[in-house]
Ligand binder design. Structure first.
Ligand code: SF4
Length: 329
């Protein structure tokens, strides 16, 4: 439920990576994130969607300060954390966690599950060894595993179970914010649903704010209060999840939604095919970044870059009023 003070405020965040390749005479930058702003409230979920390479994972990692932002500001509980050094971030790490797509990558394969879940307590000097063992057992039960899982190794578990271990570790220190970076994308649909429901139950119980990063808009819609659609490092549309899903304004969002498989195989649906790939973030097109693939593009789109509108359901498109269902408030 929305509250007055945002837990997280992101203002005009930019992440430009310098490409150090001797082939390039000049400095080249990858404009991975190029001016992204949003507020996130306690217990709320924002879903970030877009094709691979649109910058959504970089937003998640930059706001956690796993990367130093190029520009913009990050406020956590009203405090500007943009320029905090790694040492100053240590105490904040308790409050902000990340769950990655592949738990095998993020969980140390040589450690037992118990040691993996215990590690955050050790890093922050919380509890006695006996208390930590007890907390590990409780956390395993909380995520739907048996306490005796603590003595086993990650490779002994299925993908869904490993993701439960990752979640147990992420919630160990009772964080206020979790970035779920494609956390369910690699799982089978039925397992995906179980993990999503587990995350939603824990969110409700612990009032955790979630940043849910995924390329599957149907999953994002299910979990999110707000959806932001990204293209080449920018938000092209952001609004309440139901508004974005039911009445998309941007041609890119419209195309993403048209690609979602229908449960009813006989239901008539016109799929909008996007031609070509997402352009390189090192060399974004002039004008509207989506102009090279947009079925509505006209002359002005190739010259002028649209900015996000200022209403509640924001969109960045010169011709937004041409789309059916758009009132262009
Ligand atoms: Fe398409 Fe033009 Fe809108 Fe960009 S500004 S999304 S090219 S119609």
């Amino acid at each position: 439920m929305t509250q007055a003070t945002p837990l997280l405020q992101i203002k005009d965040l930019k992440q430009h990576f310098l490409v150090s390749n001797k082939l390039f005479q000049d400095k080249k930058y990858v404009y991975a994130v190029d001016g992204v702003s949003f507020d996130l409230y306690p217990g709320q979920t924002i879903g970030l969607v877009g094709e691979s390479g649109c910058g959504k994972s970089t937003v998640g990692r930059t706001l956690l300060k796993l990367y130093e932002p190029t520009a913009g500001r990050i406020f956590f509980e009203g405090r500007d954390i943009t320029n905090l050094k790694a040492k100053e971030m240590i105490s904040l790490r308790k409050e902000m966690q990340i769950i990655l797509q592949d738990p095998l990558e993020s969980l140390n394969q040589r450690h037992t599950v118990g040691d993996i879940i215990k590690e955050p307590f050790q890093i922050h000097g919380i509890g006695t060894p006996k208390e930590r063992d007890q907390w590990v057992s409780e956390l395993l039960v909380k995520v739907g595993l048996r306490p005796d899982a603590a003595s086993r190794f990650p490779h002994e578990f299925s993908g869904g179970q490993r993701q439960r271990i990752g979640i147990a570790r992420a919630i160990a220190l009772k964080p206020k914010l979790i970035v779920c970076d494609e956390s369910v994308s690699a799982l089978d649909v039925s397992v995906q649903a179980q993990i999503v429901n587990l995350l939603l139950d824990l969110q409700k119980e612990m009032n955790i704010a979630l940043i849910f990063i995924a390329h599957d808009l149907s999953v994002v819609r299910h979990v999110s209060d707000v959806i932001a659609v990204m293209y080449l490092g920018k938000f092209v549309e952001i609004g309440k999840a139901e508004d974005v899903y039911n009445t998309p304004k941007h041609p890119y969002t419209e195309a993403l939604i048209s690609a979602i498989p229908q449960p009813d195989p006989w239901a008539k649906k016109d799929r909008i095919i996007l031609n070509g790939d997402i352009p390189s973030p090192m060399n974004p097109p002039k004008g509207c970044a989506f102009s090279t693939r947009c079925r509505l593009a006209e002359k002005g789109c190739f010259e002028h870059s649209p900015t996000l509108s200022c209403d509640e359901h924001k969109v960045a498109c010169h011709l937004v009023q041409l789309l059916p269902g758009n009132n262009n408030e």
